[in-house]
Ligand binder design. Structure first.
Ligand SMILES: Nc1nc2c(c(=O)[nH]1)N[C@@H](CN(C=O)c1ccc(C(=O)N[C@@H](CCC(=O)O)C(=O)O)cc1)CN2
Length: 286
């Protein structure tokens, strides 16, 4: 059998988009505005440390001012809320995020709600979520936005497409559904209680998987010539990084699919920095 599956290479798309973003930052600096991004990291989760390091690297490469606020895992919720309040009022910070997850003694919802929606570059506050669903987003969750940026890059038209999303998280599943609805796709969200999952996923023109279960999606779940977007970041039986999709199995059937690593992950960071630049552009234009 001839395999003609096209890889959706987020890493390469991210590199290609860096050029335009660098120019946008240069234009801002000519107007006396330097985009500012701050990240609050709590504790010593090793995966979070890698993601934050990558965010810092990308932001600085583009000329964005990056500030890391790293708290010990024992920080109190009040201390964290105080820092959020400071960043809400810091004129040099266009946007900031609290890297998730936070330790169990901290109420994640309370922390997110404390962020000023105008600086919520993660798009996680209730106001940001409401704006997203009514189609007037000020900011968009980075992974969902990154997926759309990548599909746009490969000229994937979502209008009228049957999209199935596996996973209903606030970070990925739900916002991806909102953005794809906005592109006139017919969207189904499935989850752990969904009956006959295979029957539903195997009708998808575009299948987005974000469940955190290594290689869960095999070819039986996938329609011939589907576009498969894997948001998973898992470890296989040998400890190797892999996605929620069994890549080697599904590649025989899919028309396009994302690899892990090098697919959605890098686009998440691209979407985040794009959002910071957009807010700074708003600041520059008064
Ligand atoms: N406040 C937030 N917390 C978290 C988010 C988020 O969007 N906002 N998403 C994830 C983690 N995440 C970004 O923060 C993220 C995950 C993965 C990648 C990435 O580039 N992955 C690489 C592989 C990296 C590796 O080697 O481990 C890839 O896919 O190629 C970027 C960002 C949870 N928390």
């Amino acid at each position: 059998m001839v395999i003609s599956m096209k890889l959706l290479e987020g890493k390469k798309v991210a590199q290609a988009l860096d050029e335009t973003m660098t120019k946008r930052v240069e234009e801002l600096k000519k107007k006396g505005v330097t985009p500012g991004l701050a990240v609050i990291l709590v504790g010593d989760n090793s995966a979070s440390a890698v993601y934050v390091r990558n965010k810092k690297r990308r932001a600085e490469k583009l000329g964005i001012d990056f500030q890391l606020i790293h708290f010990d895992a024992t920080v109190t919720e009040d201390e964290l809320l105080k820092k959020i309040d400071e960043l809400n009022h810091d004129e040099n910070v266009d946007g900031f995020i609290v890297q998730l997850p936070v330790p169990d003694h901290i109420d994640e919802d309370k922390v997110i709600e404390a962020i000023d929606p105008r600086k919520d570059v993660d798009g996680f506050t209730p106001i940001s979520v409401g704006n997203l669903w009514i189609g007037t987003p000020l900011t968009k969750p980075a992974t969902a936005s990154g997926i759309l940026m990548m599909l746009d890059h490969y000229n994937v038209d979502l209008d009228g497409k049957n999209v199935v999303i596996v996973g209903r998280s606030n970070i990925v599943g739900k916002p991806t559904a909102a953005l794809m609805l906005d592109r006139n796709a017919t969207v189904t969200i499935t989850h752990s209680h969904t009956k006959n999952l295979k029957e539903i996923t195997s009708k998808a023109d575009v299948l987005v998987v974000a469940i955190g279960k290594a290689k869960f999606i095999t070819k039986e779940y996938v329609k011939d010539q589907a576009i498969v977007v894997d948001v998973g970041m898992d470890r296989d039986e040998n400890g190797k990084l892999c996605g929620d999709v069994d890549f080697d199995d599904v590649k025989q059937k899919a028309a396009m699919m994302t690899p892990v690593p090098g697919g959605v992950g890098p686009m998440t960071i691209t979407a985040l920095v794009d959002q910071v630049i957009e807010l700074a552009e708003g600041r520059a234009n008064g």
